[in-house]
Design a protein around this ligand. Structure first.
Ligand SMILES: O=C(O)C(=O)C[C@]1(C(=O)O)C=C[C@@H](O)C=C1
Length: 260
């Protein structure tokens, strides 16, 4: 049976290492998405509720793009994959695609966990200003489409915490069960945290941002050693302050329901 997670990983072969490999690969996706978004200036009208009125719709242009894009992708079956989480879950039409038998890895309670509202607020209220330059070039629709690519990549990575938590639980159920039974969030948070891994992640994503964001030329002498397309320290901060903490929130939320 095919697997939702990662082509080469089957439900039983799913290990913490294989999941960490996937998280590492997703770093590339996130950093390239940020680099693409940074091609545009901030373009604040895309986020201004009074900028445009789309028929039958009230909200910002970016909300409109996200809702309509997700509606199309929902019809095509995107959200039948347990790795995918919509930003507009209340407005979605059902899938019209033939069902695919994704291997069931997670406890059914996983389906009720969606923290995209927090991801949305983090992205628009905090992150965006840190990696875009102030300005307006009128490319609001393309800007909103780029935002959605960033949001989806961040959401997929953060909600991967469900799979990480499942593997951690399976590897040592006796350690987790007392904290789950007493619904002790702090104890769960402590159990699942591995500070040494977090330190490596912060350093690696900064390095990737430096490598991926360089200007590549054929003439080494003329290589522009200077600004990266996205500031590596911002990427490191994104992971330290938001991506990993939110991934841990997902893990705790999942574990709290793991014995339901
Ligand atoms: O690698 C793990 O063990 C994870 O749980 C993932 C992750 C992360 O988000 O990168 C989250 C919590 C740990 O403290 C370390 C890293």
């Amino acid at each position: 049976m095919a697997m939702a997670l990662n082509d080469s990983v089957s439900a039983n072969a799913m290990t913490l290492d294989s999941l960490r490999d996937s998280l590492i690969r997703q770093e590339d996706t996130i950093i390239f998405a940020l680099i693409e978004r940074a091609r545009f200036p901030t373009n604040s009208p895309a986020y201004d509720h009074s900028y445009a009125k789309f028929p039958g719709y009230s909200g910002s242009l970016v909300q409109f793009v996200v809702r309509e894009t997700e509606a199309l992708l929902a019809k095509a079956g995107k959200f039948t994959n347990p790795e995918e989480h919509p930003f507009s879950p209340n407005d979605l039409p059902p899938s019209e695609a033939p069902p695919y038998n994704f291997t069931k890895v997670l406890h059914p309670a996983a389906a009720s966990i969606n923290i995209n509202k927090s991801i949305w607020n983090m992205y628009f209220d905090k992150l965006l200003a840190l990696f875009t330059t102030p300005g307006d070039d009128g490319n609001y629709a393309s800007t909103a489409a780029s935002d959605l690519v960033c949001l989806q990549a961040l959401s997929r990575r953060i909600h991967y915490g469900k799979f990480v938590a499942e593997v951690k639980f399976r590897e040592s159920p006796r350690e987790y069960e007392p904290a789950i039974r007493s619904q002790d969030r702090d104890a769960l948070m402590k159990l699942l945290t591995v500070e040494s891994v977090e330190e490596l992640v912060k350093k690696r994503v900064a390095k990737k941002a430096m490598v991926f964001g360089q200007e590549v030329t054929l003439d080494d002498n003329n290589a522009k050693k200077g600004k990266c397309k996205v500031d590596p320290s911002v990427v490191s901060r994104l992971y330290a302050e938001w991506v990993m903490p939110l991934t841990k929130v997902v893990q705790v939320e999942y574990l709290l329901r793991r014995l339901d």
